[in-house]
Unconditional design. Structure first.
Length: 332
């Protein structure tokens, strides 16, 4: 921290060194000299606390990557990760990475869609970090792309190019790449619209994952198209934007709905400090599910079931889904 004193105006300007320290800048603004002492002490105390929290976070990372642990996935070791994001991904970050690619050489294309007006480079949302996590977990055998929910054409162009390149590769032409789609809020509704785009191109989708799906104007966020083999829906019912409570297949013979799972957070504490206070006050339940570490762990299990053990996806990989269709274990 640097302090610059402007003698002509009798003011103190505090320059904060780290992002976490800048978060408390509202308490460290320009201060009149006659009231300088106590505000300065308060600023120093808050900054020291921020640095202590950062040190604890670094210690947590070292514990995960200590002796006997699997190599840490790069996204999990990124020092710039906000504390709330670290908590949201703590369970998936404890999992091993596939350093030599997915066992059996399974190729896949995973496409994620963001909610609201979130952009793919917005690091305040766990689904953005989750895309980086998937790249680190599965390696080059799996292509992962994340898009805003308004970037449908761009997502379609990118995916079709990937599929075309995969088909033209003589080493992989006999085994089509598995297409997996996940989305949050408007992005979940967009995920089904994107699956329909692929259906018109004659491209199958192995799995769609919807998280607190909110229907976009002019879209059907409820009916899963017939080119989707399996689909799952996680939702909550609180806040200004409760999620879609039920998804149904357009063609029950070709699409298996793994379940509609209602998530409840009445007795759970989940850190949502990565969102703006307005969202936390008026629409917190919508963000609680977004930051739920158990949810992201289950999503990884679903993806693993498709890529690592596709022959036993329903029995082995989705065991946690078989208990109560309206409520995964640990939730009401």
């Amino acid at each position: 921290m640097l302090s610059l004193r402007n003698r002509s105006h009798g003011l103190l300007i505090v320059i904060l060194r780290t992002k976490r320290e800048r978060e408390i800048r509202t308490l460290c603004f320009v201060t009149p000299m006659r009231r300088l002492f106590f505000p300065t002490l308060l600023c120093l105390g808050l900054i020291s606390s921020a640095r202590l929290n950062e040190a604890h976070a670094q210690a947590d990372l070292q514990e995960v990557s200590g002796p006997g642990a699997s190599p840490v996935i790069p996204a999990c070791a990124d020092a710039s990760t906000p504390p709330a994001i670290k908590e949201a991904l703590r369970l998936v970050c404890a999992k091993s990475r596939f350093e030599t690619g997915v066992p059996g050489g399974r190729k896949a294309i995973i496409v994620g869609f963001l909610g609201g007006f979130v952009k793919p480079d917005d690091k305040s949302h766990p689904e953005v970090w989750f895309a980086d996590y998937l790249r680190g977990r599965y390696g080059p055998s799996v292509h992962v792309a994340i898009f805003g929910n308004h970037e449908e054409n761009r997502a379609l162009t990118d995916t079709l190019q990937r599929i075309r390149g995969h088909r033209e590769n003589t080493l992989t032409a006999n085994q089509p790449a598995a297409v997996i789609i996940y989305g949050v809020s408007w992005g979940a509704s967009q995920g089904l619209a994107f699956a329909r785009d692929l259906e018109r191109q004659g491209i199958p989708v192995a799995l769609t994952i919807q998280v607190d799906s909110v229907r976009k104007f002019g879209q059907d966020g409820r009916t899963v198209p017939g080119n989707v083999a399996k689909a799952v829906n996680f939702y909550q019912t609180g806040g200004l934007t409760p999620g879609q409570s039920q998804i149904v297949p357009a063609d029950a013979e070709h699409t298996k709905i793994l379940g509609n799972f209602r998530m409840s957070y009445a007795h759970q504490r989940i850190n949502c400090s990565n969102y703006k206070w307005l969202s936390r006050v008026f629409n917190k339940p919508h963000h609680l599910i977004e930051n739920d570490p158990h949810l992201w762990e289950r999503i990884v299990s679903l993806i693993d079931s498709e890529l690592v053990r596709p022959d036993t996806a329903i029995d082995a990989g989705l065991g946690f889904l078989s208990e109560r269709p309206d409520s995964p274990p640990g939730h009401q």
